[in-house]
Ligand binder design. Structure first.
Ligand code: HEM
Length: 138
């Protein structure tokens, strides 16, 4: 009793990202953590961190938020009970979130380039204006 056969242990259910993304409702809430898919529908109300944070991640990758909180071993064991499968290997690269901050950094760098160009132009304009004014007096 309770013993798993070799087949049961090996059988991993793979879900495509598109299927997981649909499970973002009250009726069914799935989240992805480290490429594992968890059905947290029944856990929403019990979550010590609140249901809101889980619903925000519903249907998507919650790895970063989950790790940021520094969940206990207990929490990880609870998660293991809710695991229903894994993200399809072909879809794993689609959820690489850490790239986003780098994209943001690039955007910030572009805007800082314009932020020194504008004062430079303003300074040039001021110099020209000053020269024009002093020229009139001579
Ligand atoms: C299956 C997934 C999850 C399980 C089983 C779980 C379980 C738990 C448990 C047991 C705690 C109590 C503290 C601890 O033992 O570490 C906790 C706290 C917390 N969780 Fe989760 N959690 C899950 C996913 C998430 C996700 C995805 C987020 C963020 C989006 C999150 C945010 C938090 C926060 C902010 C706390 C801290 C609450 C506080 O200290 O007041 N959790 N979680």
């Amino acid at each position: 009793m309770g013993e798993k056969t070799e087949n049961e242990q090996e059988a991993v259910k793979y879900y495509r990202l598109s299927e997981i993304e649909e499970q973002n409702t009250f009726k069914s809430t799935w989240i992805i953590i480290n490429n594992n898919v968890y059905d947290v529908t029944k856990f929403l109300e019990e979550h010590p961190g609140g249901e809101e944070v889980l619903r925000e991640q519903a249907g998507g990758d919650a790895t970063e938020s989950f790790e940021d909180v520094g969940h206990s071993t207990d929490a990880r064991e609870m998660a293991a009970d809710m695991k229903i499968g894994e993200l399809h290997p072909e879809d794993r690269e689609k959820i690489v979130k850490p790239q986003d901050p780098y994209l943001n950094v690039a955007t910030v760098q572009t805007s800082s380039w314009t932020s020194w160009l504008i004062p430079l132009l303003a300074a040039l304009a001021a110099t020209l204006l000053y020269r024009m004014c002093t020229a009139e007096k001579q």
